[in-house]
Ligand binder design. Structure first.
Ligand code: NAD
Length: 343
């Protein structure tokens, strides 16, 4: 099967049935799998074919300790530079395994089978990996492309609804940044329809990863701009506050925090005169219809304190991504005080 997209001629992204794709892309030689206990339970017979390193569940395992555990298991298993590391899981697994693989013995080759919606449309695409440090998100990591990413929408059928919805938040974000039609799919279809209708979901994943979405939203931005300057920052729409929300709240997952962050930044864009109230209402309506609670889990003042410490705070200036229409956004440098005054 041909890849749907090729990032920098280094990383091939496939959207389709795993069984048809995997055998064609795995290199000859030894393969070691990194995954988590959920995937092991669901796909034990598949993982059992390989030496497998399992990590724990949840954001709290995205740490250097887990990476060290993986290094130790790799040493025990005799992993060397000729071994291929296959990460099978959601964003936690691919972020941690991508970091471990890209640093173990100064880097071994790796690929991803992405098993969550968030992973398929966002976390596994783009070559960013890493871990949190003292609760600060993604403070250590590398930019290293996996050899391939496989996104099989059929793997998502076992995904709990909450995780599924979280992935949809990233697809809405992708549409908002650069694909008005993709955003429009959410104005004409319910969460249940996305869940039930494989073709609709496939189209949304495809759009978020491939042609319009991948080229214009993520992969193309990655190609032009791999180290997160300029346009690539647009991918952080809603994330300045979302990272603070995730840190301040122990009940919200990434997608839920992105939904709240996107709604807050849309409101701020209206205050700045950058976005019309009507477009802001469309954004809020789509996110609400998907079932997101858009109430910040803690006072916005507390979130702003966290924003000050976030890694995207450079030279005393924040780079805020503002939606300026449906399918259009811009990056504005802003002082922390000016940003805080918007809330
Ligand atoms: P996750 O990896 O924790 O997966 C969510 C849960 O679903 C886990 O319990 C997992 O075991 C389970 N699961 C995975 N696949 C399943 C399946 N097919 N069926 C049933 N259950 C399944 O969470 P996530 O939302 O995929 O990823 C979140 C992480 O991704 C965050 O740490 C975030 O920072 C990171 N992320 C990274 C990037 C990047 O560019 N590197 C981008 C966005 C998000």
């Amino acid at each position: 099967m041909k890849p749907a997209f090729n990032v920098r001629q280094q990383s091939e992204i496939f959207i389709g049935p795993l069984a048809d794709i995997l055998s064609g892309v795995l290199p000859e030689g030894r393969v070691v799998v990194v995954s988590d206990s959920t995937i092991d339970r669901l796909y034990h017979s598949v993982l059992a074919q390989y030496d497998t390193v399992l990590i724990g569940l949840g954001e709290s395992v995205k740490t250097m300790q887990t990476v060290e555990m993986i290094y130790r298991r790799f040493i025990e298993l005799g992993v060397d530079r000729s071994t291929f590391v296959l990460a099978v899981g959601g964003g936690i697994v691919t972020d941690v395994a991508g970091f471990a693989a890209s640093t173990y013995m100064r880097g071994v080759k790796f690929g991803f089978v992405s098993t969550t919606l968030l992973g398929q449309v966002d976390a596994s695409v783009g070559g960013k990996n890493g871990v949190n440090v003292d609760g600060y998100k993604n403070m250590a990591g590398t930019f290293t492309q996996p050899q391939f990413v496989i996104c099989d929408p059929a793997l998502l059928r076992t995904l709990p609804e909450r995780e599924f919805r979280a992935g949809l938040a990233e697809i809405v974000k992708a549409g908002l940044i650069a694909d008005r039609e993709l955003f429009g799919l959410f104005e004409s279809h319910s969460l249940e329809e996305f869940r039930r209708d494989r073709a609709l979901l496939g189209e949304a994943v495809m759009r978020a990863v491939k042609v319009k979405a991948a080229i214009r939203v993520k992969a193309d931005i990655v190609e032009r701009d791999e180290r997160e300057s300029g346009d690539r920052r647009k991918l952080n729409l809603g994330h300045t506050l979302a990272h603070a929300i995730e840190k301040a709240s122990n009940r919200m997952n990434h997608g839920e925090a992105v939904a709240v962050g996107t709604a807050l930044i849309a409101g701020a864009a209206v205050k700045l005169g950058a976005l019309t109230q009507a477009d802001c209402d469309r954004i809020v309506n789509v996110l609400t219809a998907l079932g997101f609670d858009l109430t910040p889990p803690v006072e916005v003042k507390r979130l702003l304190k966290e924003v000050g410490k976030d890694k995207k705070n450079e030279d005393g200036m924040l780079r805020i991504v503002l939606p300026v229409g449906i399918g259009d956004c811009e990056v504005r440098p802003m002082t922390m005080d000016a940003f805080a005054a918007l809330f």
